[in-house]
Design a protein around this ligand. Structure first.
Ligand SMILES: C[S@@+](CC[C@H](N)C(=O)[O-])C[C@H]1O[C@@H](n2cnc3c(N)ncnc32)[C@H](O)[C@@H]1O
Length: 317
C-alpha cells in the first residue's frame, strides 16, 4: 500500500483519515468496524468501495473525514513517536543527496520510529532494498509490525542489532548508508565495509550537535571518504491569510491609524501563531489584503547533515 497505488478503498487497506491538518488518523479498513472521534462515528463500510480522497460523512450527518491513500509523507506526519524522527525537509534533502531511487540498496541505523524508513522503502521499491538496524528491542519489534501492516516487507528488512558494537554484518552490498546514531563515527568503518566497491558509495550522518559532526568528519576522512560536506536544513511554512490594510492617508497625516472593522477571521488559530490583528479578516473583500505569511518566523534546528562519498576501488580498512 505504501509503495503501490490503488484508486478505490478496499477491505483490509491501510488508510489515513484526514479531519484537519493537525488531526489525521491511520486505520486498517475492516468491514463492520467503526471509527469514532469528536467529529462523529464513521463506519468503515461507508469507506469500502469509495475512491481515495473521498469525503465520508459521519452517521449523524454532522461531521466528515476524507479517506486518504497512505504515503510516506503522510506517515511522517502521523507516526507514533517512539523517538525523535526525521521530517520532510531533511528526508527529501537526504534522499536527493544519497541519490536514492528504485533499485538502490540502502543501510539505515537506527530505525527509531521508522519515519525515514518508510520514505526510503517507497523510493527504492520495487527492486531495491532497505536494511534497517535498531538496537532497542521493542522499537525494532514495533517497526517490524508496522512494516508488515504497511506491506513493505518485500523492500524492508529490519534487524534488532547494536551496530556500534557489531557492525551491519553486510559486505559490499549497499549503494548508500544513512546513520542517525549517537556516535556515528563508530559506525563509519562498518559503513565502508557495507558499501559496494564497484560504484560510488554514499553516506549521510544526521546529528543534532556540531561536536558529533566534527568527530564524524574526522572518521570519514580517516577511512578514505571524500567530498565531505555538511548542511543544515531549515524549513519555513507559509499560509495564506488576510491582513488589515491601514488607511495610508491617516498614517501620512500622523493621525491615529484606523482599520476596517473586524469581521470573519473565525478560523481557529494555532497556539504558536500571532493573535488576530485588529480588523483582520479571512475575507479578502473585507478591507484586508491577501498575503502569504510564515506560520513560524524561524523553525528550530533539527540536525546537521554530513555527507561524503566513497570512490570505487579496493577497500583497505
Ligand atoms: C533518533 S532515532 C532514529 C529516528 C529515525 N531516523 C526516524 O526517522 O524515525 C535513533 C535510534 O537509534 C537507535 N540506536 C542507538 N544506538 C544504536 C546502536 N548502537 N545500534 C542500533 N541502533 C541504535 C536508538 O535506539 C534510536 O531508536
Amino acid at each position: 500500500m505504501f509503495h503501490e497505488y490503488r484508486s478505490v478503498v478496499g477491505d483490509g487497506d491501510q488508510a489515513v483519515l484526514y479531519c484537519t491538518p493537525e488531526s489525521m488518523y491511520p486505520i486498517t479498513v475492516a468491514a463492520g468496524k467503526v471509527f469514532n472521534n469528536k467529529y462523529g462515528s464513521f463506519h468503515h463500510d461507508d469507506m469500502i468501495g469509495v475512491r481515495y480522497g473521498s469525503k465520508v460523512v459521519s452517521h449523524d450527518g454532522r461531521g466528515f473525514v476524507y479517506v486518504l491513500h497512505p504515503t510516506p509523507a503522510l506517515w511522517t506526519q502521523i507516526v507514533p513517536h517512539r523517538t525523535q524522527i526525521l521530517y520532510l525537509p531533511d528526508i527529501s534533502f537526504i534522499s536527493l543527496y544519497l541519490d536514492l531511487r528504485p533499485g538502490k540498496v540502502v543501510i539505515e541505523s537506527g530505525t527509531g520510529s521508522g519515519s525515514f524508513s518508510h520514505s526510503i522503502a517507497r523510493t527504492v521499491a520495487p527492486n531495491g532494498h532497505l536494511y534497517t538496524f535498531e538496537y532497542h528491542e521493542q522499537r525494532a519489534a514495533t517497526a517490524q509490525r508496522e512494516f508488515v501492516e504497511h506491506k513493505l516487507t518485500d523492500v524492508v528488512t529490519i534487524e534488532h542489532r547494536d551496530v556500534l558494537a557489531n557492525g551491519f554484518g553486510k559486505s559490499g552490498i549497499a549503494d548508500a548508508v544513512f546513520l542517525d546514531l549517537p556516535a556515528p563515527w563508530d559506525a563509519v568503518a562498518a559503513a565502508k565495509e557495507a558499501l559496494r566497491s564497484t560504484t560510488i558509495g554514499r553516506i549521510c550522518s544526521f546529528s543534532p550537535c556540531i561536536e558529533q559532526v566534527q568527530r564524524t568528519v574526522l572518521a570519514l576522512d580517516e577511512h578514505g571518504f571524500s567530498e565531505i560536506r555538511m548542511f543544515e536544513c531549515l524549513a519555513k511554512d507559509h499560509e495564506v491569510r488576510t491582513v488589515p490594510l491601514p488607511d495610508i492617508a491617516e498614517a501620512i497625516g500622523g493621525n491615529k491609524v484606523s482599520f476596517r472593522p473586524a469581521k470573519g477571521d473565525r478560523r481557529k488559530r494555532r497556539r504558536d501563531e500571532e493573535p488576530a490583528a485588529p480588523g483582520a479578516s479571512d475575507d479578502p473583500g473585507e478591507g484586508g489584503v491577501l498575503v502569504s505569511k510564515p506560520v513560524n518566523a524561524a523553525r528550530g534546528h533539527t540536525s546537521y547533515l554530513t555527507f561524503a562519498i566513497l570512490a570505487p576501488g579496493p577497500r583497505s580498512p
